[in-house]
Design a protein around this ligand. Structure first.
Ligand SMILES: NC(=O)c1ccc[n+]([C@@H]2O[C@H](COP(=O)([O-])OP(=O)(O)OC[C@H]3O[C@@H](n4cnc5c(N)ncnc54)[C@H](O)[C@@H]3O)[C@@H](O)[C@H]2O)c1
Ligand SMILES: O=C(O)C1=N[C@H](C(=O)O)CCC1
Length: 269
């Protein structure tokens, strides 16, 4: 048996799934051992390489995550909240590192992940890129340095297929801003203004979402004061960015004790 960890890609036909399959296959320190899709998907039963219009990979897409996880040391999962919660139980039973990029999780979902993380390593982040994780730290610092005269607004833009809003990244940035300013994030959160909203509530953090075309992911954190404005911006121009962060996380997780970690832990930020 090889020393390199065997990795399963969940949601293998998706925008992120295909990117992850390519990156895992190209990585010298891991092996692709499984590819999972939802039941009824027409890739189930096919060789993942052929399904992606490339050479055969010798890995057949399955709709059974339990079968795919046999002999795997890690699973990378960018799918849906429901699929991620179901997989977390299986990954914990297999003691495999579960790297989660899925966004749109509820508090109830997160509590279930906490339960799974008592038995296995989970690394979860709404954005796996180095740039965004660094931006969360900068956002916290700027929010702490400026007083309430500077209103905080977060504007995010994504492709037309995205199903959740605000984005996971926007929420990470908002939480960092709230922490920096000593605010309760839930109380500060304001989304989707429409109609006669009244004047802006002091101490609030506003979120706006744009959806269109093939935008991969853009985020502005705006600190708007009187006569001046600071804008912290991240622009993603390649999804490989997120996949590479996930690969880093699954390797990092191999040497950790069970727990629910973030990319800040992986990157040491
Ligand atoms: N954290 C990050 O850095 C980051 C980056 C990009 C996307 N995302 C998130 O990743 C998720 C997926 O994004 P996407 O653009 O790849 O979406 P997508 O719709 O292209 O892919 C999701 C895939 O999951 C599959 N799937 C659904 N249920 C499944 C199940 N039960 N078992 C196996 N597969 C299942 C779907 O069939 C689909 O192929 C979203 O939540 C998105 O916000 C996170
Ligand atoms: O394409 C998506 O969907 C993305 N989702 C993440 C988010 O919700 O922030 C990261 C950026 C791309």
């Amino acid at each position: 048996m090889s020393d390199t960890p065997g990795i399963v890609v969940m949601g293998a036909s998706g925008r992120m799934g295909q990117m992850l399959v390519r990156e895992v296959q190209a990585h010298p320190a891991m092996r692709l051992v499984g590819a999972v899709e939802r039941s009824g998907h027409d890739w189930v039963g096919k060789d993942i390489g052929i399904a992606m219009n490339g050479p055969a990979a010798g890995v057949y897409v399955t709709d059974d995550p339990l079968e795919a996880m046999a002999g795997a040391q890690g699973v990378i999962d960018f799918t849906t909240p429901q699929a991620t919660i179901e997989l977390s139980v299986i990954a914990a039973q297999a003691r495999a590192v579960h790297v989660i990029g899925t966004t749109g999780m509820t508090d109830e979902d997160l509590a279930k992940l906490d339960a799974a993380a008592r038995h296995a390593v989970i690394v979860r982040a709404g954005n796996m890129s180095l740039g965004v994780n660094l931006l969360t730290q900068l956002t916290k610092q700027v929010a702490a340095a400026l007083d309430e005269e500077f209103d905080i607004e977060i504007v995010e833009s994504h492709h037309r297929h995205k199903v959740d809003a605000p984005s996971g990244t926007a929420l990470m940035l908002g939480e960092a801003a709230a922490e920096g300013r000593g605010l309760d994030f839930r109380e500060a959160y304001v989304a989707a203004r429409d109609g006669i909203t009244g004047a802006r509530a002091p101490g609030s953090i506003g979120f706006s979402a744009i959806r269109g075309g093939d935008i991969i992911g853009e985020h502005d954190v705006i600190f708007a004061g009187a006569g001046e404005r600071i804008v912290l911006r991240h622009v993603a121009s390649d999804r490989a960015l997120f996949a590479r962060g996930a690969l880093k996380a699954v390797l990092w997780g191999q040497s950790q004790t069970p727990g629910h970690y973030s990319m800040l832990d992986v990157l040491g930020l």
